[in-house]
Design a protein around this ligand. Structure first.
Ligand code: AMP
Length: 216
């Protein structure tokens, strides 16, 4: 099963992904994570994209399509993939279509996670991440026991460079600019299912399972 996730930053794509990884054994492909790793490791790609990411601007379609092509041809998944944060534009969606065809793959469902912007703003600006074990906290909703320290490994938590309000507003506006036409693109292919992402995690999982069971 191949699942594509569409949703604003902070809507909970990571949480849904973790659920799909542990319960359905899917392979998670997040272009945001791939790019962040490249930035941390100061690779050629990382140096090229850092400025765009810090500003909350989109990285070029060409770079992103190259990353996906390489990732899909490098390691094959027997259970399927979660595409998280990709495609973001119609150009990426069209290129993706031909990559999938070449690899004899298809998307089974496009999950659109819907939530109001003001909820997203609280989720993102309150987000703190552990640099070692990647556990994510939120100072408003799920703070660590000791302020700014990871409960699991005791490391000091950090705020992602692009999790500031200015960058977030840019990312939200970028999301709204591209999402409508992207959702329309996949709606035409009858692949879209909506999930109300303002609900609790448990309620979201129930909805998710119902959708995935309906695909069988
Ligand atoms: P994300 O973690 O998905 O919110 O992505 C973080 C940042 O990485 C975005 O703000 C963009 O700068 C870049 N990025 C991730 N995925 C894409 C994509 N599919 N197209 C263009 N830029 C992307």
């Amino acid at each position: 099963m191949n699942v594509l996730l569409i949703g604003a930053p902070g809507v909970g794509k990571g949480t849904i992904s973790r659920y799909l990884i542990s319960n359905y054994g899917l392979d998670h492909i997040s272009t945001g994570d791939i790019l962040r790793e490249a930035v941390v490791n100061k690779t050629e790609l990382g140096l090229k994209v850092k400025e765009y990411m810090d500003k909350g601007a989109l990285v070029s379609d060409e770079i992103i399509i190259g990353i996906i092509r390489e990732r899909l041809s490098k390691c094959k998944s027997s259970n399927g993939y979660i595409f998280d944060g990709f495609p973001r534009t119609n150009t990426q969606a069209i290129a993706f279509e031909s990559i999938l065809k070449e690899l004899n793959l298809k998307i089974d469902v496009v999950l659109v996670l819907d939530v109001e912007d003001d909820i997203v703003i609280k989720r993102i600006t309150g987000r703190r991440t552990c640099p070692k074990c990647n556990t994510i906290y939120n100072i408003y909703y799920s703070s660590p026991k000791t302020q700014n320290v990871c409960d699991k490994c005791g490391c000091e938590l950090f705020t992602r460079n692009d999790d500031n309000l200015e960058s977030l507003k840019k990312r939200l506006s970028e999301y709204h600019t591209n999402a409508d036409s992207l959702i329309h693109y996949y709606d035409e292919l009858k692949l879209v299912k909506h999930i109300d992402a303002s609900k609790t995690r448990e309620e979201e999982y129930v909805l998710l399972v119902k959708i995935l069971e309906g695909l069988k």
